[in-house]
Design a protein around this ligand. Structure first.
Ligand SMILES: Nc1ncnc2c1ncn2[C@@H]1O[C@H](COP(=O)(O)OP(=O)(O)O)[C@@H](O)[C@H]1O
Ligand SMILES: [Mg+2]
Length: 258
């Protein structure tokens, strides 16, 4: 018998409003185990708000967000704590604590667990640095010593410190030059193959979408307008899709340029 895969994230009939400003209306989205879902949409379309709701930080006016089959707001106390340990987050800005060394940044989530002995924390931190292609000596550096690409790697090491099942990436390649961006995408791809986590990422970078995502969901007109492969999404008739995917940008993303 084949096991039926259940979604890790289920967003059902979500409605979000700030005062009279309706941001989401009847929004539905599922994320399946092992996927790398790219969430795209115009500025102000509600991507960050949706991520915050999935994390249980904001409450929608209506509808429900389920994580591993249970409404996110049903996880309280120790269950909420256990839930937060099943995911990692890589945020675009403020990725690292500038007053903490690379080591201490990556160690932070492990130390917050309060029960890991220091030698084990050290082992795990060093392993995570290795995962992201850094070496032991880098552990002593301060964030101000790091290049943009290294900051992203350290932030990724920290997001992966608890070996999460689910990874949230907010504009993972923003601010990186094309070569560093390609390297970072390759790194996430390699780790994804090895560690089998599930990813939901917000990005507007077509190269990142093409090289990293296994599925794309477009947020427009207050809901998920279309979802599927990049090819499926790109051919959907809509002004936002046209502006976002078509023309030179789209040719490049599909690899149809000469
Ligand atoms: N806490 C808030 N209070 C009032 N309006 C908000 C709040 N958070 C977001 N918004 C509004 O909701 C809309 C969607 O915001 P956001 O989710 O940040 O969009 P995106 O990340 O897609 O650019 C924007 O118009 C924003 O101004
Ligand atoms: Mg945003």
């Amino acid at each position: 018998m084949t096991a039926l895969l259940k979604p890790i994230i289920e967003v059902q009939d979500l409605t979000t409003a700030f005062g009279s400003h309706v941001v989401h209306e009847h929004l539905n989205l599922n994320v399946m185990p092992g996927e790398i879902l790219a969430l795209v949409g115009g500025s102000g379309s509600g991507k960050t708000t949706l991520l915050r709701q999935i994390l249980g930080l904001d409450r929608p006016q209506d509808g429900v967000v389920k994580l591993w089959g249970r409404p996110v707001h049903d996880y309280v106390g120790p269950e909420r704590l256990a839930l937060t340990r099943r995911w990692g987050m890589l945020f675009q800005s403020g990725a690292l604590f500038t007053a903490l060394s690379v080591f201490d940044n990556v160690a932070l989530p492990l130390r917050e667990m309060n029960y890991l002995p220091p030698d084990l924390v050290r082992k795990v931190v060093m392993m995570r640095l290795k995962w992201v292609g850094l070496d032991e000596r880098d552990a002593l550096l301060m964030p101000s010593d790091l290049s943009g690409g290294m900051v992203k790697r350290v932030a990724l090491a920290r997001a992966l410190s608890l070996d999460p099942e689910l990874l949230f990436l907010d504009e993972p390649t923003a601010g990186l030059d094309p070569q560093r961006s390609d390297e970072f995408v390759a790194l996430i791809n390699a780790l994804h193959q090895q560690l089998k986590f599930t990813v939901i990422m917000v990005t507007h970078d077509l190269d990142t979408i093409r090289d990293l995502s296994t599925r794309v969901a477009v947020l427009a007109e207050k809901h998920v307008l279309v979802e599927g492969s990049i090819e499926q999404v790109m051919t959907f008739e809509h002004p936002f899709i046209k502006a976002f995917f078509q023309g030179k940008r789209g040719d490049r993303a599909l690899g149809t340029h000469v």
